[in-house]
Write a protein that binds this ligand. Structure first.
Ligand SMILES: Cc1ncc(COP(=O)(O)O)c(C=O)c1O
Length: 399
């Protein structure tokens, strides 16, 4: 019996991480300090984008993206049902309508052919954007999505929460890292503890679009700008008296649009910077764990589908598809292995059912949900622990 609990995912906090946070706590800044820009710059470099905006969490990142792209009441946006609800909810925050489209059962990702059919079947202008998700860490082919989006004048938000470090290879044989801003207008990441980089809570938006970048910076802090080139009130008004110098005073700022407080703190950014130094090493370990699973399950008839070994997969999750998933889940739990299910199809959440979504609407996603189970996957999972998990799975089916 394994006495140590093995979760499906967990953070890895080192002494360097702790030291970095303590240093930040002892500095002059708790909130908007220098570490935030440093984290943004280093993260942008890591994923290959021009700009990055650090925010409070991945959900806030999605909300700000939907606001920056001006999603309005009733506007339709397409996404996958196999994702965390936040990918869809950001559209609802702005009053837009979420249109789910089914997955490709061989990749577990949003099926582009089905998205194309949806677009073809509606008058031009029906849809405003697409939110593909690099689900489980598998990179979406954004080159193909960009082509389709351009045909219909749509924007793309890449939900890359599962895939910092992931990539796909485009038609010019070039590696395109998740979140690099080449094909998507905006990309978002989460720094929740089970993700590749942990900040406690935290998120990041990446883009190559300067105008969107500026909008995001303002929206993150109440819609306030401190750029005097953008001010609309007069210098005399700002000074509260006739100005001698024709300069805006030091305290002045303008709230020009309705924004939020979606800032991250400086000590969370300190943790993020420290974690980022080990991101490549962590990815290497995730790949090795994926290879072990894939090799062990290769010829087992009770494994109906699996994440497998896929180039550029960031392996946030390692998913297998099995019959009697409930039995396997409980059997693993009895052995202190806490697998997880990703995800309950979003269109069948009671909140989304009220808009008319029902069982049978997304047959591939619903079939996937009946069989999927995410096995432990994190860089500090040991070889013995992984062997234990694999042995328990084989024991459950072979007795
Ligand atoms: C695919 C996906 N999108 C968005 C989010 C939201 O991120 P956060 O939990 O940081 O708000 C998550 C987090 O679990 C996620 O997995």
């Amino acid at each position: 019996m394994n006495t140590k609990i093995i979760p499906y995912g967990r953070q890895n906090i080192t002494q360097e991480d702790i030291d970095s946070v303590i240093e930040a706590l002892l500095s002059d800044y708790l909130t908007q300090g220098p570490r935030i820009k440093e984290f943004e710059d280093q993260f942008a470099k890591y994923v290959g984008s021009k700009y990055a905006v650090a925010v409070a969490n991945g959900t806030a990142a999605l909300h700000l993206c939907a606001l920056a792209l001006d999603v309005k009441q009733g506007e339709k946006v397409i996404t996958t049902p196999i994702t965390f609800a936040a990918s869809a909810n950001c559209v609802r925050y702005c009053g837009g309508e979420v249109v789910f489209s089914d997955i490709d059962p061989s990749t577990f990702l949003l099926d582009i052919d089905k998205v194309r059919k949806l677009l073809e079947a509606s008058p031009a202008g029906t849809y405003k954007g697409i939110i593909p998700v690099d689900f489980a860490g598998r990179a979406v082919d954004l080159e193909a999505y960009r082509k389709l989006a351009d045909q219909y004048g749509l924007w793309i938000i890449e939900d890359a929460c599962h895939a910092p470090g992931g990539y796909f290879v485009d038609s010019r044989n070039t590696i395109q890292k998740c979140g690099n801003g080449i094909y998507a207008d905006l990309a978002i990441f989460s720094f929740h503890p089970v993700k590749h980089i942990a900040c406690g809570e935290g998120g990041m938006i990446t883009t190559n679009d300067h105008a969107l970048y500026n909008k995001l910076l303002a929206l993150r802090t109440h819609g306030i700008t401190k750029n005097e080139m953008e001010y609309s009130n007069s210098i005399d008004f700002a000074c509260g008296q006739k100005s001698e110098t024709e300069q805006y005073p030091g305290w002045y700022m303008e709230m020009q649009t309705l924004g939020f407080n979606y800032r991250i703190t400086d000590f969370q950014a300190a943790l993020g910077i420290s974690q980022l130094q080990r991101a490549s090493e962590g990815q290497y370990k995730r790949n090795a764990i994926a290879l072990n699973y894939a090799t062990a399950f290769k010829d087992l008839p009770f494994i109906k589908g699996q994440s497998g070994v896929v180039e550029g997969h960031a392996y946030h999750l390692y998913i297998i598809e099995v019959e009697d998933r409930l039995g396997l889940y409980n059997h693993l739990k009895e052995n202190n292995v806490f697998a997880q299910i990703h995800y309950i199809p979003c269109h069948l959440m009671p909140y989304y059912k009220q808009f008319g979504w029902k069982e049978g609407d997304m047959p591939k996603a619903e079939d996937y949900y009946k069989k999927c189970i995410s096995l432990p996957m994190y860089p500090t999972l040991t070889a013995e622990e992984q062997k234990f998990i694999i042995d328990k799975i084989i024991l459950f089916y072979n007795g």
